[in-house]
Design a protein. Structure first.
Length: 156
């Protein structure tokens, strides 16, 4: 599945995150790609809100790498891999324990830094600047089951 959505504001990006979050299930992994200021953290806040996590609790975890947010039925792990230089550094942030958590939902910013560790069948979200407030949000998944769940979520 490949889908695209035009976001016209930070709120629109947040709302797209809410729709993504509503379709997530334990075990899912969302990979957020985009340059600095593209709206990745706004999207994570929307995902968190859909899971019942207070949006104000979500910030960029750049300096701590992983933030854990509990929700009814599981834990959302918000990972910012920007400061990691490769998969070998994941051990220090408890990657194996995260992957062993059956109630996990992983949302990872800058996943290209740990490309060797991410699973197939995940949702990859690319955010691209197309104007001062405008973004293109592109969804990609090769997992047929995930594609069915995420097929229409970017429709307003």
């Amino acid at each position: 599945m490949n889908a695209i959505h035009a976001s016209r504001s930070e709120q629109d990006t947040f709302d797209a995150g809410v729709r993504i979050g509503a379709a997530l299930r334990p075990g899912d992994m969302v990979l957020l790609e985009g340059e600095l200021g593209a709206g990745k953290t706004s999207m994570v806040r929307g995902i968190a809100e859909a899971l019942g996590i207070e949006r104000r609790a979500v910030s960029s975890p750049t300096f701590t790498i992983v933030h854990e947010h509990g929700f009814e039925g599981g834990t959302m792990y918000h990972i910012d891999a920007y400061r990691l230089s490769g998969v070998e550094e994941l051990e220090a942030v408890g990657w194996e324990a995260i992957m062993d958590d059956p109630g996990r939902i992983v949302v990872c910013e800058w996943p290209q830094r740990i490309a060797g560790a991410v699973e197939s069948g995940v949702l990859r979200v690319e955010l691209r600047h197309v104007g001062a407030q405008q973004r293109d949000i592109m969804l990609h998944t090769s997992d047929d089951g995930a594609a069915a769940r995420f097929a229409s979520i970017l429709e307003p």
